[in-house]
Structures are given as structure tokens and as C-alpha cells.
Design a protein around this ligand. Sequence first.
Ligand SMILES: [Zn+2]
Ligand SMILES: [Zn+2]
Length: 321
Amino acid sequence: MKIAFWGVRGSIPTPLSPLQIQNRIAAVVQRITEKDVVSADAREKFLASLPEWLFGTVGGNTSCVEIENAQGDCIILDAGSGLRELSLNLKNRPVHSSGGMTYHIFFSHFHWDHLQGLPFFGQAFDPRNRIVFYSTEPDLRERLNYQMRPPFFPVPMEGPLGFNASLEFVVLSPESAPLRIGDATVSWKRVNHPGGCTAYRFEEGGRSFIYATDTELSRDDFLDTEENGRFYADADVLVMDSQYTMDEALEKTGWGHSSFSLTVDFALNWRVKKLVLFHHEPTYTDKKIFSLRQSAEWYREYAGSNPVEIVIAREGMELVL
Ligand SMILES: [Zn+2]
Ligand SMILES: [Zn+2]
């Protein structure tokens, strides 16, 4: 499986402001010394020495993660604003630009930050393509139609002006299991979030990947039940809602998100190999978000001996499983 991240922010798109850009340029200029500009090599070295929050960003788009399985099937997790970036990228991939592709789009839930990119998924307007939508919500089709109609959007989803690709709507239930896409098997589990949310586990060739966004972890998630173990245990990669610091999580109990420290506890509890902190809080700067990795690593040393690797999700990041 190849995993690519197209949107990693929570709640609302968070573009960098003009002032933030100016402050970054000013901070970089302050660091430059004469020896940093004596040659092209020296310039490269200088840029490589800058902290990632100064020379990079986690990105401002909301949730969208792409999985490519061994057969090359395109699986998309959530349709946040990052879906538009993915759509533009797909146009430049020969196998996609010639049409005739199937896109499997799984929804965790239907809050705006997981849905707002859907009207801009250009591949859905191509009659040669096929789109299969998946959700645990029985009114999946109605929900998708509802968000894409006047006065909220000028073009209705279904109808002559709307998506011209062939559309299928799969409501996931216990009877749908086990679901397969190529050689990848998909399982799912409801998680704790206002209005409900669904986490997904993908397995292929003995490797496993879990996408668990918008989850307020509770004691029940740590219990060694058969259902929890089957879904969470021993994952190679867990992408998990880690929106808050510990203090903020205490203030925002019931908002449906977790602190990075609780997410680390959870990954240790279930012997996860790599934890990806995801659904970043929109009020946090890049500097603060990147610093959460260090905090999470310190917390991991304090909390347990399991060497779970901790990664900050950022746009453009790719993982191969
Ligand atoms: Zn969200
Ligand atoms: Zn949500």
C-alpha cells in the first residue's frame, strides 16, 4: 500500500496569512550569514539547516488521504479540501488522465471539513469514470446530494449538470464485511464523536493501516475486547486525531477530539508501530504543531517502553507499507 496525505488540518482550512509569510521571510533573512551565500551548495546547505516549521508547513487543507493498493486501485479517505489537490494531481498521472478509472471514496463522517472538497473532485465530472462512495450512514446518498445543491452549491451532484461519472453508494453494515478492494481488505468501527464517526482499517500483504480521525478516545477504546483487538492491535500505521494539547483537551471535553498524549497512550496500548498525528488544530501554528512531535516523544519515553515511531502528518507526505 502507498499512502499519500493531501489534507491534514482539522475543522476548517487554514491557509498561511500574509503576516505569517512575512514573519517567516524575516526570520530566515535574520539567520543568513555571509558564508551561507558564497555558492549554490552553501545556499542548499543553509536551506536544509532551517527548522521544518520555517522552511515548510503541515499545510492548510482539511482531511484527505489517498491509498493506492497493489493493483493500483485509488482509495480516498474523506473529501476535505485536500481532495481538490489530489484531483489536480491525478490529472497529471497518465493512467488517470485517460479516464476509465474507479475511485473508492470512504467517508469517516459528514462534518464540513471532511466533505467540502467533494464538489471540486474533477474526476467525478468525467463520464468515463466510476465513483464508489462508502459510509456506515444509511442515508449516505441523501447526505451527499444535500450538501451539493443550490443555494449551497450551484451544481447539483446528480443530474445532467452534476457528476457525470457513474456513481455507486455502498452503505457499510455487518453484512458488507469482509469488504475487499483488490487484495486489500477493509474493516470499520464506529468511534466516539458528536454525530458519530467511522474509523477504517486496511490490510494487504500482511501490512495494516488504520485511519481514525475525529475520535475522542475514552476508557472503552483501551479495553482488551475481541472487537478492539481485531481492529486496533499491531497496526503498522495508525493515523489518528491528535488535535489538542493535554490542557486544551481538558477544556474541550465532549468536542470529539483527542490530545496527542492520549493518542500516544493508545498507540502504546495497541502495540502500533507508527503513529501519525493528524487533524491538526486550526489555531495552532506550524511551529507549535511540529513541536508536538518532540512533546509526544518525551511523553512516550515517560509512558512506556514500546518504541512506537511518531510522525506529524503534513501535506505531501507519503508512506509505503
Ligand atoms: Zn474533522
Ligand atoms: Zn468531525
